[in-house]
Design a protein around this ligand. Structure first.
Ligand code: NAD
Length: 358
């Protein structure tokens, strides 16, 4: 353990989050490992080089040197091919790696003799809950989606009774009530909205109701979920039925937030142009699934599209809009992952699917 060197690298724009905080660095140092941080890592988020130094980390400027000596490399995003070529044999790179779309990257890592853990592939079990970066980031994405929608709508969220008249609360419709969707519901409720939600997994109904939102019931026949708890893809027929049943909820909503994903596959298209034309001008749609293909017809990554007066937001990296807290949660997840890894070893069954380049 004492000779183990953990290196934390800066990210490349547009990524705003980072993989380490001084607090987590200190905890790692206490475990007995060496922590090296690239100079300037957290400056933009208020985590100064001095605070990393005080936490017991070493600061280094030369990325080449950092990469060449690292036993474990921590980051939010994937390495470049040049960076991979500098890794030691047996070095372990840990980040989000989108293994389903990154074949060449994985081959390059393998060729270099490096190992990699993709955080998307950790099992979503109770044991791994504290290491689950997908969940921690999705939760912040759900929050951020509501905040972004609040900036774009011409309405206020809560009901207001004033001498000048009464303002009715906004209506928010959330499609997909997994980790992100549930946090979006909770955030919208806290702001005073009337919230309705739908998800294909029937178990979600109770969770939606416990947050004080209404659950839209649609009879889609056989659906269920995988043994890992993920939604299964719908048939064409089921999808058409869902779209038809959701059209009214969309038309009545001031804000629609879509978060529907199917693990390892392109996100399902749920909001069609014809549904959008029935919405009131000035309404806002946030397509939180935009990075995996999008749930909304016509949404574009990094753009706001206006169709029939409806704004469709395709904001990339929503957790990155609250990067300081997102980094704290991400670094916390990594701490728990490393703690498990360093005490149990990489042969532990937990890493069976996550260790994608061994
Ligand atoms: P996700 O990001 O893969 O998908 C988001 C939501 O979209 C899911 O709730 C899914 O059911 C829904 N969805 C898919 N197709 C849809 C459609 N056509 N219409 C409407 N909704 C649709 O999911 P997630 O948020 O990462 O969570 C997936 C599951 O994993 C959930 O059951 C969650 O409770 C579970 N989970 C468990 C743990 C744990 O036990 N440690 C941790 C995190 C998540």
């Amino acid at each position: 353990l004492l000779t183990m060197k953990i290196v934390v690298l800066k990210e490349s724009p547009p990524e705003t989050r980072i993989a380490m905080t001084p607090q987590v660095a200190q905890k790692l140092v206490k475990l007995g490992v060496e922590v090296e941080v690239e100079v300037g890592l957290g400056e933009a988020l208020g985590f100064t080089d001095a605070s990393f130094f005080e936490a017991g980390a070493t600061l280094k400027k030369d990325r080449r040197e950092l990469l060449q000596s690292a036993d474990i490399i921590l980051r939010v995003q994937k390495p470049t091919s040049n960076e991979i070529s500098l890794l030691k044999k047996g070095a372990l790179y840990i980040s989000f790696l989108n293994p389903f779309e990154e074949g060449p990257l994985l081959s390059a890592l393998k060729k270099q003799g490096a190992l990699a853990i993709s955080l998307q592939m950790l099992p979503r079990t109770t044991l791994a809950q504290k290491m689950d970066a997908l969940s921690s980031q999705a939760s912040l994405a759900g929050y951020a989606a509501v905040i972004e929608a609040a900036k774009e709508t011409y309405k206020v969220f809560p009901m207001m009774t004033t001498p000048a008249g009464t303002i009715s609360p906004v209506k928010v419709f959330v499609v997909g009530a997994g980790v992100a969707g549930l946090q979006a519901i909770a955030t919208a409720k806290r702001l005073g909205a009337i919230v309705e939600a739908f998800d294909t997994r029937p178990v979600v109904e109770e969770q939606v109701k416990s947050l004080g939102a209404k659950f839209l019931k649609i009879d889609l026949g056989e659906i269920g979920q995988t043994k890992e708890g993920y939604a299964k893809p719908l048939t064409e027929e089921q999808l058409a039925k869902q779209q038809e049943a959701m059209a009214k909820s969309c038309a009545e909503a001031d804000i629609v937030i879509t978060t529907a994903q199917v693990f390892g596959k392109k996100a399902p298209l749920l909001i069609t142009q014809s549904m959008i034309t029935k919405m009131s001008p000035g309404s806002v749609i946030v397509d939180l699934a935009i990075e995996s293909g999008g749930n909304v017809q016509g949404s574009k990554l990094g753009e706001t599209i206006v169709t029939h007066g409806v704004k469709i937001l395709g904001i990339p990296n929503l957790p990155g809009t609250v990067a300081q807290d997102a980094s704290k949660m991400y670094a916390g997840n990594l701490y728990h992952l490393l703690h498990h890894l360093l005490t149990k070893g990489k042969e532990d069954p937990l890493f069976k699917d996550a260790l994608i380049c061994s």
